[in-house]
Design a protein around this ligand. Sequence first.
Ligand code: GDP
Ligand code: MG
Length: 292
Amino acid sequence: MRSGLIAVAGRPNVGKSTLVNALAGGKVAIVSDKPQTTRRRISAAVNGELEGEPYQLVLVDLPGFQRPRDPLTERMQRTVDDTLEDVDGFLFVLAASEAIGRGDRFVAERVFAAGPPVVVALNKVDRVSPARIAEQIAVAAALGEFHALHPVSALEADGIEPLRRDLASLLPEGPAYFGEDQRTDLPLEAQVAELVREKALALTREELPHAISVEVDELDLGEGRVRALVWVETQSQKAIVVGKGGSMIRAIGTRARPEVEAAVGRRVYLELQVKVRPRWRRDERALERLGI
Ligand code: GDP
Ligand code: MG
């Protein structure tokens, strides 16, 4: 069989996580309209067949490429650099619906210089006219020497199959890294934490995205009990996440529970607690514990 690692690169918000989910045919990465949602390196396995030969594509959804500003972004950047060294190819994602600009060029320079072949996905074509897609293809094509370029819509699962085939064609002979029905390498606790964080991000506004982090401190599959701590940095953030009379945190729990149940494979009682830990983003030990 063929197998290998494809790194997913692109500036924040172009739709990398959505595209990974579309390629994997199920939810493995959380999606948000707030930039820098993906903090951990997440691998997703895509199994298929190319010209009669089975393959396993391991997609690594990287945290956004960015200039490090604090221990959190520095760690995210380190993860990126560690991954670039031994991949079989890149999936470089751009958004057709937005101007292709400096952020994209910053990523392009590193991806095209790395060596392995680059497949470009021009995402979000559902948002633009055919004429505009053609213009954006020309801009994207000028960024570097690519192996293939695919206009796609991750959201509407449009153009995904040809993209998947092109990525599979880059893979060398190799073993299966993941079991048949294992789609991601994130431990169950981390998957649950990510799902809760996704709902918290979706329901809250303002400056919370960077301040929220979730830790599962109890996962009892026998009893069906899951307890997660939602960490924020200040009392006022806590007030927002808890909501009037606990309404916000209840809404987060209500939205997260069905997906948590799907992930763990049984009904659960999901308990959420909001806690304040000042400046957790600058706390290396806290980052270690959160698996970042
Ligand atoms: P990432 O930061 O690159 O991982 O981006 P996400 O996958 O989290 O997506 C960022 C935002 O773009 C979310 O609101 C997605 O729903 C949206 N999005 C992703 N793919 C598409 C697409 O193909 N079409 C449209 N219209 N929106 C998309
Ligand atoms: Mg993401």
